[in-house]
Write a protein that binds this ligand. Structure first.
Ligand code: IPE
Ligand code: IPE
Ligand code: MG
Length: 247
């Protein structure tokens, strides 16, 4: 039986989030520059997106560039930005073919104008697609997002648009950049690092976390199936006892 056949189709997560990590080490192991790893990471992005779309997963969120990644050497940042532009051009067809809608979260204004334009064009072109929503976290960090949300809440209270007594968890979620998207049930991080690195801190409150040693450019269909199978073997208790859940 293949890994895919082992999956219980009606118990798949609606939303999977991934910290795609290990591109630099993948390249270094091959005696190449870090950007070589980023280029090969695109294959893993394509394969993961296609697999998620085929399975009927509704939301896939990929951490592609963090606020902190701006602190990398300029040559690497520039190479990543050009790669983003060329990848969007070359992959829009794949998104259309798989009925995938593109979305982004993060501080879009901090991205180079050319990147913003490519992203906006692709978002527009794929906007009527009704399958998977692929969200790229670009120039994103969770603390940035939470600060932005605080500012908007404060402003709305000041403008009498929001009553302090109406602030609850659902309302806070709606002030996040992921408003309208359910929280991820599963978060995957590749490359053997066991940390969250400022990703979706609010949204991951009750996510199942899955860490694997595979470096991102090597991540393939079977690796996603393995993560999903592991997820399906977990008991999600949300504070209750195991016995309560089994009822
Ligand atoms: C992930 O791979 C991609 C980005 C953060 C843009 P890294 O570039 O972090 O690769 P490692 O972790 O240094 O191997
Ligand atoms: C997290 O990876 C950000 C992305 C995958 C885009 P990093 O490689 O930047 O994370 P740290 O710095 O090792 O925690
Ligand atoms: Mg890394």
């Amino acid at each position: 039986m293949s890994l895919k056949d082992e999956l219980i189709k009606d118990r798949l997560p609606k939303h999977v989030a991934i910290i795609m990590d290990g591109n630099g080490r993948w390249a270094k192991k091959r005696g190449n520059a870090r950007v070589f790893g980023h280029k090969h990471g695109v294959t893993a992005v394509r394969e993961t997106t296609e697999t998620a779309a085929e399975l009927g997963i509704e939301y896939l969120t990929l951490y592609a560039f963090s606020t902190e990644n701006w602190n990398r050497p300029k040559t690497e940042v520039d190479a990543l930005m050009s790669l983003l532009v060329s990848t969007i051009s070359s992959e829009t067809g794949t998104l259309m073919k798989n009925n995938v809608r593109l979305n982004t979260i993060g501080c879009k204004e901090s991205l180079p104008k050319g990147v913003q334009k490519k992203l906006n064009d692709c978002i527009e072109k794929t906007s009527a697609n009704s399958g998977l929503t692929l969200t790229l976290a670009l120039s994103y960090s969770s603390r940035w997002e939470i600060i932005e949300a605080f500012k908007k809440v404060a402003q709305d209270v000041k403008d009498n648009q929001l009553d302090v007594d109406d602030i609850d968890a659902d309302m806070v979620s709606n002030y996040m950049t992921t408003a309208g998207i359910p929280d991820p049930e599963l978060m995957i991080r590749t490359s053997g690092e066991y940390r969250i690195s400022n990703f979706l801190l609010w949204q991951l409150a009750y996510s199942e976390l899955y860490f694997c040693d595979i470096l991102w450019p090597d991540f393939r269909r079977d690796d996603l199936y393995r993560a999903l199978l592991d997820f399906q073997g977990r008991e999600r208790r949300f504070g209750k006892t195991g016995d309560q859940i089994k009822k």
